[in-house]
Design a protein around this ligand. Structure first.
Ligand code: PMP
Length: 429
């Protein structure tokens, strides 16, 4: 079934580290050979061997409207004839900024970058520059990109590969990153008490997607908001996954929590390389050239990324029914999975909010990294491969959320539930 992918993987390893350009793609944690993709359309990806997969990673989030959404593809094609990069400002960038500001709460000014990593890294620098403090608090199992400050108890690939300390991150940098468990407000309070007037920012995934899907417990985010207000700490919500996915205004809107700074990524480029950070004018005005916190990028505001993102975000803004449909479809999937998992007799937890969902094979609630890590992730590996064989592409790690797109049909959802039923039968018997 995967002959061409096996050959491509062998070849790739001769010229690319581990055969991939981003570690989780290597399937190292689930074993086996990564599937090399050739094309994608709507809810499906097609691999080099011609297999079709119902896709639940959706490029790790951005394909809210499905792959190769025609208006986005056409806009990229049309725009490419004018330029692929000017290195000078365009009206399109203003339109993009205005559109994002019109959709999201608490964003007065927004700066484009080229990845989620850059967005989070720049937001941290800005928070440090603004507060004249050095330390940040992040949560175990949250992933904010691969900038040095974030590679401390991080999620995603760092968790998947169980890398405790990342070689190359200096002790000085690591010492400025304080961590505590997700959903543990007293621990946040304690860190703040232990480091009075030292903490520049708290950065969090408002719904975590990099240790499976983890939902903030009632009062957790509100508690952080109050602590930030009380101690003059910048509250950064990393909405790289949740932005424009959970609601037009992201988790800020859906969970009714105000951020001081917010970061976006891949979603706002409709899959093109892009990111952004924005927030209150009071803070954003410290960014160069308004202020002295330096931040820049040759390809920032790249016209092809802008036009792709603009068309996608505009579609989302003008069609709020998409969110309702995404929620309904995810609820349907959740109920179906619930039934087949229950019937299988294996302990499990399904976490879901909006169109983010994940299954942990666990007999206890999964509320943070420790509880995600103590689930039966060996069973997840088997489940992953059994699903893959049946044409369902899940994230190749238990430490990742699944994403739904609006192109999924009822038949796709039924096929996924049926595949889960058969897969559980296969791996548990
Ligand atoms: N923040 C979050 C919440 C993410 O999920 C990711 C990537 N998955 C990033 C930041 C980093 O984004 P990028 O990979 O575009 O650098």
């Amino acid at each position: 079934m995967f002959e061409k992918s096996i050959n491509l993987f062998n070849r790739a390893q001769q010229s690319i580290p581990g055969g991939v350009n981003s570690p989780v793609r290597a399937f190292k944690s689930v074993g086996g050979t990564p599937v090399f993709m050739r094309s994608a359309k709507g809810a499906y990806m097609f691999d080099a061997d011609g297999n079709r997969f119902i896709d639940y990673i959706n490029s790790w989030g951005p394909m809210i409207l499905g792959h190769a959404y025609e208006p986005v593809v056409k806009a990229i094609q049309d725009y490419a004839q004018y330029s692929t990069s000017f290195g000078a400002p365009t009206e399109l960038e203003i339109e993009m900024a205005e559109l994002i500001i019109s959709m999201t709460p608490n964003v007065d000014l927004i700066r484009m970058v080229s990845s989620g990593t850059e967005a989070c890294m720049s937001a941290i620098r800005l928070a440090r520059g603004f507060t004249s403090r050095n330390k940040i608090i992040k949560f175990e199992g949250c992933y904010h990109g691969h900038a040095d400050s974030f590679l401390v108890k991080a999620g995603s690939g760092v968790a998947t590969f169980n890398i405790q300390t990342v070689p190359g991150v200096t002790a000085g940098v690591a010492n400025d990153t304080l961590t505590c468990a997700y959903n543990d407000l007293p621990a946040v309070e304690q860190l703040i008490a232990d480091h009075q007037n030292e903490i520049a920012a708290i950065i969090i995934e408002p719904v975590a997607g990099n240790m499976g899907c983890i939902i903030p417990q009632p009062g957790f985010l509100q508690g952080i908001r109050s602590l930030c207000d009380k101690h003059g700490i910048v509250f950064i919500m990393d909405e790289v996954m949740t932005g424009f996915r959970l609601a037009p205004g992201g988790a800020q809107e859906r969970l009714q929590i105000n951020a001081d700074l917010v970061t976006y990524g891949k979603v706002i480029g409709g899959g093109m390389p892009v990111g952004a950070f924005g927030g209150k004018k009071e803070i954003m005005q410290h960014i160069s050239p308004l202020g002295n916190v330096y931040q820049a990028g040759t390809l920032s505001g790249n016209p092809l990324a802008m036009i792709a993102g603009y068309v996608m975000l505009k579609t989302l803004k003008e069609n709020p029914a998409i969110y309702k449909q995404l929620d309904e479809n995810t609820n349907y999937l959740r109920n179906g999975l619930n039934e087949v998992l229950k019937a299988s007799g294996t302990p499990y937890v399904i976490n879901q909010l909006g169109s983010m969902i994940s299954v942990h094979f666990s007999d206890h609630p999964v509320i943070n990294f420790a509880t995600a890590a103590s689930a039966n992730n060996e069973l997840f590996k088997k489940f992953f491969h059994a699903m893959l064989k049946r044409g369902v592409y899940l994230p190749p790690s238990a430490f990742e959320t699944w994403f739904l797109c609006s192109a999924l049909t009822n038949e796709d959802l039924d096929a996924t539930i049926q595949a889960a039923k058969e897969s559980l039968h296969e791996i548990l018997n």
